[in-house]
Every structure is written in structure tokens, then in C-alpha cells.
Design a protein around this ligand. Structure first.
Ligand SMILES: NC(=O)c1ccc[n+]([C@@H]2O[C@H](COP(=O)([O-])OP(=O)(O)OC[C@H]3O[C@@H](n4cnc5c(N)ncnc54)[C@H](O)[C@@H]3O)[C@@H](O)[C@H]2O)c1
Length: 370
């Protein structure tokens, strides 16, 4: 963000000089890839100070400290929480290490924003929510696609009654060839699953938010592994993933039934044999339908079937532009008690859907979501 515009950057510096209030002190647990995107966003906020970083990998920790000028560096989050006493904690560890540091941070009196997915399973999410309630702290799930201008546009249209009752939503997070070749994304024990929990989660969170967050009641689906666990010579932009430790699915297809009767379909893959990558959701309602990318709506007006495209929905649509929005929303909720757009409960609902499809795949039949 800051690199993109000298004007914005210099404005930020001026604001920082003028800012006299108490700063919101944030610590990071997990200083790998995504922590830098969080950090770049926080660095533009004059009322925020990043006071510490925690990582078990000393190289990652040093890179983080050197790049952002953070000098209090730890390998143990419990020690950091005790010594630093931050106001808020950003949890940027792999999925299997979301719940434990989040719960410890909440119990230490910190507000928490966790990365997506909220955790490994609904039981972990419920423990996180209970810790936030007990300690009267804010717990945000790091969903950013609900802030995307296309999502906000479709949400406004839905709220205005343009689509009637939503019956069917199709979410697609499909890569032609894109198994992450860093981190532990191929290890079920540490991640909870593959493309559905890693990238499908984004499309599900924005679609579920758009739908008005109905209650999921049942799931059915299946998962397949056919490529990630084998060596590959195919030329691709994401080569050399760790096939030897790969235990997650390559493709997940699932359907979620809601208490409204609506159905959400999820299609998620790291390695789909399709023309090109797809990142989208589309939907059918009783009065109208539409799609996320490019944003369009399909309705009847004056006895005519009309396909409409918005002229302008907003220009803050890049990956990097969405992070300041989600972090700002969390910080404002912590410091001004404003509403959280993606509270722990939103993370739990999405986790129940992911878990439902995985349970159904294992049981080979539709399963109930409680
Ligand atoms: N919102 C998004 O768009 C988005 C994008 C990428 C990743 N993510 C999420 O962020 C999380 C991290 O992903 P990443 O790409 O940064 O992975 P990463 O592997 O690059 O970074 C994770 C870091 O956590 C550290 N870590 C692991 N166990 C730890 C522990 N016990 N204590 C402290 N540090 C520990 C690792 O050493 C590593 O540096 C994942 O949950 C992922 O799903 C979200």
C-alpha cells in the first residue's frame, strides 16, 4: 500500500506526527508469509505500534524483525504475552497453531485477529469464542473478501431486495496448477485439509456473508487426491511442492444446505484440469441472480431480461488493499467498540461448512451440521 503512492505515504507521516493518543500495541505470533501483509497494513496506521514478534523459525523471525524494525523477538508466545502484554495479537501461524495461541492471548487479556481458516475444526473455534467471551475481548477471523468492492456491491443489491430469496450459490476456488510450495499447506495434520480449507474458505466466507449468514444444517460432498502426493515434471508457475509429505485433497466438491432451504456448492482445487484459474461465486434468487467476477446481475425489468454491470463499485480491490480494511475494522472494534465485520461466530459458521464436507466425504453420505 504505502509503496504505491508517495502522496498517501507522506500523508501518513503527517498524520503520525500529529497523532498524540495512546497507541494500540500489537504483537505477531507467526512471522511468515502473511504476517508481512498484515505488517504492511499496520505500518500505515499512526495509532498502531507493533511491539513484538514470535516465531519458532529463527530465520523467519530475524527477517521480520529486520524488515519492520521490531526488536522484541521471541520463540515462545507464552513468554512474549507475559513480558510484552500487548493490547492485540495477530495470529499468523499455520492452521493447526491458530487456536492455542489465540486462546492464550485472549486469556492474557489481549484482543485477537486470527488468520483464515479460523482453526482446524468447529470445536477449536468454539473454545476460542468462549475464551473471548470469558475475557471480554474482541476476536476477529481474518476474512478479507467480505470487504472486496464486488462483495459489498452484491450485498447492497441483496439487501435492497433485488434478488428475492436466494436458492443456490456456487463458489469456485479452482487453480489449474497451484499447490503451495512453501509452508505446510500439504500436511493434513497441521492444516486440517487442502484446497477447500485453504482457498475454498475465502469464496465460502464472502458468499455466506453475501447471503446474510444463514445457518448451515447439512453437508454432502467428496474429496480426491490424485496429483499432489506424486512427483511431477509438468512445467508450472508453482513447481516443487513437497509431494512426500502431501496428505491433503487435490479437489473437494461439496454442497451445504441452510436452514433457509438454500444450497451453497463449493468447488475447490489446487490442481483442476480446467482452462484457467477460477475465483468466483454466482447465485440464483427468486427475483434475480448474479456473479462476483466480473460483478453482474441478471434480473427482469419492464418485461425484459436484463444483464447489468455496475459502473463503479470501488477501487480498493487488490489483495493488499483488503488487509488494511480487515485490520482497521478489528482495531476500531477493540478501541472504539464498533461492530466486528468478521467475528469469531462468522469463522465458526464457515468452519462448520468445511468440516461438514470433510465429514461427509469420510462417511460417504450427507451429514448433519449442528
Ligand atoms: N488471508 C489470506 O488471504 C491468507 C493468505 C495466506 C495465508 N493465510 C493464512 O495465514 C496462515 C499462515 O500462512 P503463511 O502463508 O504465512 O504460512 P508460513 O508458513 O509462511 O508462515 C507461518 C509461520 O508460522 C510459524 N510457526 C509455526 N508454528 C509456530 C509456533 N508454534 N509458534 C510460532 N510460530 C510458529 C512458522 O515458522 C512460519 O514462519 C495460515 O493459516 C494461512 O491459511 C491467509
Amino acid at each position: 500500500m504505502a509503496e504505491k503512492s508517495v502522496g498517501t505515504q507522506s500523508l501518513g507521516i503527517k498524520v503520525e506526527q500529529a497523532y498524540k493518543g495512546k497507541k494500540f500495541r500489537v504483537a505477531f505470533i507467526g512471522c511468515g508469509g502473511i504476517s508481512h501483509t498484515h505488517m504492511a497494513a499496520l505500518a500505515t496506521m499512526p495509532d498502531v505500534e507493533v511491539v513484538a514478534g514470535v516465531d519458532i523459525d529463527p530465520v523467519r523471525l530475524k527477517v521480520f524483525g529486520d524488515k519492520w524494525g521490531v526488536t522484541k523477538l521471541y520463540k515462545d508466545w507464552k513468554k512474549m504475552l507475559k513480558e510484552i502484554k500487548p493490547d492485540g495479537v495477530s495470529v499468523c501461524t499455520p492452521n493447526g497453531v491458530h487456536a492455542a495461541p489465540a486462546i492464550d492471548a485472549l486469556n492474557a487479556g489481549c484482543h485477537v485477529i486470527g488468520e483464515k481458516p479460523m482453526a482446524m475444526n468447529p470445536a477449536e473455534c468454539e473454545r476460542m469464542i468462549a475464551a473471548a467471551k470469558k475475557n471480554k475481548r474482541k476476536l476477529a477471523t481474518g476474512f478479507q473478501y467480505r470487504y472486496h468492492p464486488n462483495t459489498q456491491f452484491l450485498k447492497r443489491m441483496r439487501d435492497a431486495g433485488e434478488f428475492g430469496d436466494l436458492m443456490f450459490v456456487k463458489c469456485q476456488a479452482l487453480r489449474r496448477r497451484g499447490i503451495p510450495n512453501w509452508g505446510v499447506f500439504g500436511q493434513k495434520k497441521l492444516q486440517g485439509g487442502g484446497p477447500m480449507i485453504d482457498i475454498g474458505v475465502h469464496c465460502i466466507e464472502m458468499a455466506h456473508y453475501f447471503m446474510g449468514s444463514p445457518k448451515p444444517v447439512a453437508a454432502s460432498g467428496n474429496i480426491w487426491t490424485y496429483m499432489g502426493n506424486k512427483p511431477s515434471k509438468v512445467v508450472s508457475g508453482w513447481p516443487n511442492w513437497d509431494y512426500k509429505t502431501y496428505t491433503v485433497e487435490d479437489l473437494a466438491i461439496g454442497q451445504i444446505r441452510f436452514n433457509t432451504g438454500a444450497i451453497l456448492q463449493i468447488e475447490a482445487s489446487f490442481v483442476a484440469h480446467i482452462e484457467k484459474d477460477i475465483w468466483n461465486f454466482s447465485f440464483m434468487g427468486t427475483k434475480g441472480g448474479g456473479q462476483w467476477d466480473p460483478p453482474m446481475t441478471f434480473t427482469d425489468r419492464a418485461d425484459t431480461m436484463i444483464n447489468s454491470s455496475p459502473f463503479f463499485v470501488g477501487d480498493q480491490a487488490s489483495f493488499d488493499a483488503l488487509f488494511p480494511m480487515k485490520l482497521r475494522n478489528w482495531i476500531d472494534a477493540c478501541t472504539k467498540n464498533t461492530p466486528l465485520e468478521a467475528p469469531g461466530e462468522a469463522g465458526l459458521a464457515v468452519q462448520k461448512m468445511l468440516d461438514g464436507v470433510y465429514r461427509s466425504a469420510a462417511a460417504k453420505k450427507e451429514v448433519v451440521i449442528k
